[in-house]
Design a protein around this ligand. Structure first.
Ligand SMILES: [Zn+2]
Ligand SMILES: [Zn+2]
Length: 92
């Protein structure tokens, strides 16, 4: 039952990691003005950070949405695909 503490730490780390990407206020579309927190992956907007975090943990990234056009491998996150593409399909 000491697990709770480490879970909290994991949550905190996830919050700090690039798993959560926020779109800077400047480039947000005007329509989303009521939605303070936008998911950097799919663009869904949320009024509360907690909802965005829940979305990113439970909804966003559940299904691989980013598919490599060359080898059709699927990735949960855009940066994973970018990374894959850069390492596998880019000739230096
Ligand atoms: Zn999302
Ligand atoms: Zn590929």
């Amino acid at each position: 039952m000491i697990k709770i503490g480490s879970d909290l730490m994991n949550e905190f780390e996830a919050f700090e990691s690039k798993d959560i990407k926020l779109i800077p206020e400047m480039i947000r579309p005007p329509l989303a003005s009521m939605q303070h927190y936008l998911c950097g992956e799919c663009g869904k907007g949320y009024k509360w950070m907690a909802n965005l975090r829940r979305h990113q943990r439970l909804e966003c990234g559940k299904l691989p949405k980013h598919r490599c056009k060359i080898c059709r491998r699927e990735f949960y996150r855009r940066y994973e695909l970018t990374n894959h593409y850069n390492t596998k399909h880019t000739i230096p």
